[in-house]
Design a protein. Structure first.
Ligand code: ASP
Length: 360
């Protein structure tokens, strides 16, 4: 079983090690004995940017500042265990031989159900005091994708995004039609009060009373990337968007190529940050294109877009970017990026504080 995460946060998880050994195929498939060696799961600098090797799956809980001392030990534990439960749900799918698409959907559902994150239950409020939820999912093997924008009553928008991909002839559905499509396909429907949390309501009231706090505007969007035993990769992102956003505003999270992208030739990526600028910068696809046409490594391409091009366009954010060889980059131009990953030998790392997340 999984160990409880601790500060620091490198946890060998022997019980799942064997199941993960086949998740990275190619020259290394099944060839590396489980070590549970934390050093093997530590970030290193290569090609001018930070990378972690042998990663099977990663999740994020949004770009933003989480300085040590800014949350209680109970809140810290809640964030870490939420990320860990998401990884565990995703890795269980991979261990059962299911596709990476199942893994990223399962992980994001856990984070959507967790009130600490800005997706599903706990999503931020728009100017009318409602939640409008955005999500997308993409399969790297064939680049099939599905997305929903501005849904009001769907409990797990990521599952609706997948349903759009698999049961409609469309890629992106918005608003009322998307909620109706959920009803027609048996995706659990809920009333808006389900999404309510006091913390997000307080943030809306604060944002409506200028000057708004920058920290209230962006944060705790969720996403996941994974590799399965066939070496197929997938990505998923889900969010309530920005606190006090205009009714009808759609960010980057449901836009394929901006907030989410997956392509077996390059990477699976989920972005977080000021969505308008990620759309203008076509951020996720730019990173993929730099890899595909420019021969750049995942860490170099992701660092270029997230820490140089996006700030040059006037905003900040972060991403989890995983290539099909298990190399994970987690660049961010915000103070921090809440994220966690699991490596082939079963080591889990959770990183929630600024000083745990190297920026490039
Ligand atoms: N990218 C999201 C949006 O603009 C927000 C975030 O990641 O915090 O909707």
């Amino acid at each position: 079983m999984f160990s409880r995460p601790q500060r620091g946060i490198l946890i060998p998880l022997a019980a799942i090690t064997l199941g993960l050994a086949g998740a990275l195929s190619g020259s290394t498939a099944g060839a590396v004995a489980p070590t549970g060696d934390p050093a093997a799961a530590a970030p290193e600098t290569a090609d001018g940017a930070t990378v972690v090797r042998n990663v099977v799956m990663a999740v994020h809980g949004g770009a933003g500042s989480l300085p040590r001392g800014s949350i209680t030990p109970e809140q810290e534990q809640a964030f870490r265990s939420g990320l860990e439960r998401a990884l565990r749900a995703g890795v269980a799918a991979i261990n059962e031989g299911r596709p990476s698409l199942d893994a990223v959907e399962a992980a994001v559902r856990v984070l959507e159900d967790d009130p600490n994150f800005n997706a599903g239950k706990g999503a931020v409020f728009n100017t009318d005091g409602e939640q409008e939820l955005d999500a997308s999912i993409m399969n790297g093997r064939d680049q099939r994708s599905g997305a929903v924008a501005g849904v009001h009553n769907t409990k797990n928008p990521i599952s609706l995004a997948r349903m759009v991909m698999e049961r409609s002839r469309h890629v992106l559905m918005a608003g009322r039609g998307a909620d109706i499509f959920a009803l027609q396909n048996g995706v659990p429907y809920t009333t808006q009060d389900y999404f309510f949390t006091q913390r997000r309501w307080d943030a809306l009231i604060a944002a409506k009373n200028p000057p708004p706090s920058a920290a209230d505007l962006v944060g705790e969007t969720v996403g996941a990337v994974a590799i399965d035993r066939n070496r197929d990769i997938a990505a998923a992102t889900s969010t309530g968007g920005l606190t006090n956003k205009l009714v009808g505003r759609v960010g980057d999270s449901p836009i394929i190529g901006a907030g989410t992208y997956a392509n077996n030739r390059t990477l699976a990526i989920s972005c977080t940050g000021t969505g308008e600028v990620f759309i203008r910068g076509v951020a996720a696809y730019d990173i993929s294109a730099q890899m595909e046409y420019g021969g750049r490594s995942v860490q170099r391409a992701a660092a270029n877009v997230i820490t140089e091009k996006i700030p040059a366009l006037g905003a900040t954010g972060g991403a989890i970017a995983l290539d099909p060889n298990g190399r994970l980059a987690t660049p961010h131009s915000t103070d921090g990026l809440i994220n966690a990953y699991i490596t082939r030998d079963g080591t889990i790392v959770t990183r929630i504080y600024n000083d745990e997340t190297p920026p490039r």
